[in-house]
Design a protein around this ligand. Structure first.
Ligand code: NAD
Ligand code: MG
Length: 398
């Protein structure tokens, strides 16, 4: 029977790749709902092609969507709006699979709603897990949701772990013969920049990743290495392992997407061309495999694989994230919120590239840490961190 898919963030880079795969397998999947935050014309084009039952946009975009759908003879598509709309499609009884591909904290509540409704959740929205860590993982257990990693590194690790790994006790220790996770990082576009050069980096340069084509926010995060920091936290939660057992390895070619080391001296790697269609297809079909348009790796062309240690002096964001994970509690949520503000300010030319980790560190130092005891406490910390980070950004600009 065909699986009914809800795509949160359909107009984004991950959303588009997801649609590309669904298009290749029309008998196996149907699109139930799609969402967009700003690019409404693109959403209408998606609606024209995929004929979903529901489309969700912010309330101020409803009339624009209504008009455009009407012009395209698509008035039968139900329009919902705002966070309530996102939540209602994420937990809708007709939905089997939810692709969580909204960027940033805005994806937390709908992703959590999908988990609590026991869906197969394809997790691209790493910020949601970084913020809510234990709470989301516990909700997945309690509601028997299948939380499958789409982030290429975590998907690679998932593929290299023993099949029953996640059924073992979640105690922070590696188990089933696993000794360590090796999280690979491309190093971003400024891997070889000096600190002086990093100070001069422009938003346009930061948004141009050498190996991957991605949304703006994650492109900047990849350039600061905050993306790897968020992924380190993501890995700790997904695989119930303490940060001490996760090593970040810079691998500029992005051919190995991450590795798992075992106590017998084995290191298993998942390799492939850098294209998000592979991890998306894997998470969609797991434990089966489905075809994608990604060409197989040609090792006679991609014959060189290099590895380096990350430099946390030039890229302090990675260290800040590791420390936040070590501190636990609300620190990862504060790290994430202040980073979202700092990245936004950098993209608006309000602060320098090298100020991004400064804003994050400043915010982490100002907010006393506490246990992430409930969703409300997490959301409050997120708001406070945003405010403090914003104040700091404004003071830097004046
Ligand atoms: P993107 O910027 O291309 O797309 C983001 C999507 O989220 C869009 O559909 C947009 O309409 C929606 N959105 C943005 N703000 C919103 C808001 N406030 N409320 C509701 N919807 C909103 O981003 P992307 O590159 O597709 O990344 C999406 C997520 O996947 C991010 O969390 C990112 O870290 C993660 N991810 C992306 C890649 C990649 O290759 N692009 C790889 C791994 C993980
Ligand atoms: Mg990644």
């Amino acid at each position: 029977m065909s699986q009914s898919v809800c795509i949160l963030g359909a107009t984004g880079s991950i959303g588009q790749s997801t649609l590309k795969i669904l298009q290749q397998h029309p008998g196996q999947y149907s699109v139930f709902a799609v969402t967009a935050h700003s690019r409404i014309a693109e959403l209408v084009e998606i609606c024209r092609q995929f004929r979903p039952k529901v489309a969700v946009v912010p309330s101020e975009k409803v009339s624009e969507l209504q008009q455009l759908l009407k012009q395209s003879d698509l008035h039968h598509i139900e329009i919902l709006s705002g966070e309530a709309g996102l939540i209602s499609i994420a937990e809708h009884p007709e939905v089997d699979v939810v692709m969580a591909a909204i960027v940033g904290a805005a994806g937390l509540l709908p992703t959590l709603a999908a988990v609590k409704a026991g869906k197969r959740v394809l997790l691209a929205n790493k910020e949601a897990l970084v913020m809510s860590g234990d709470l989301m993982m516990q909700a997945a257990i309690d509601h028997q949701a299948l939380l499958l990693p789409v982030d290429s590194e975590h998907n690679a690790i998932f593929q290299c772990l023993p099949a029953d790994y996640l059924q073992a006790e979640r105690n922070g220790q590696p188990k089933k013969g696993v000794s360590r996770l090796l999280l690979t990082a491309s190093g971003g576009p400024f891997r070889n920049h000096t600190l002086d050069q990093l100070r001069q980096v422009t938003p346009a340069q930061a948004c141009k990743h050498p190996n991957w084509s991605m949304g703006q926010k994650i492109s900047v995060d990849s350039a600061t290495l905050m993306n790897k920091g968020l992924e380190l936290i993501e890995a700790c939660h997904l695989f119930a392992i303490s940060e001490h057992f996760v090593t970040v390895v810079v691998h500029p070619q992005s051919i190995i997407h991450s590795m798992v080391q075992y106590v017998d001296g084995s290191t298993l790697a998942q390799m492939g061309n850098p294209d998000m269609c592979t991890p998306i297809a894997h998470a969609l079909a797991w434990p089966e495999r489905i075809q994608t348009h990604v060409p197989p790796l040609d090792l006679f062309v991609n014959h060189q694989l290099d590895f380096q240690e990350p430099d946390t002096l030039r890229f302090p964001a990675l260290k800040l994230a590791r420390e936040a994970m070590k501190s636990g509690g609300l620190a990862p949520a504060v790290l994430n919120a202040s980073n979202e503000i700092a990245v936004g300010a950098f993209l608006n030319n309000q602060i320098k590239f090298t100020d991004i980790p400064v804003v994050v560190e400043h915010t982490l130092n100002l907010l006393p840490n506490a246990a992430a005891s409930s969703l409300d406490v997490i959301l409050e910390a997120d708001q406070k961190a945003r405010l403090l980070a914003q104040q700091f950004v404004s003071s830097k600009g004046s």
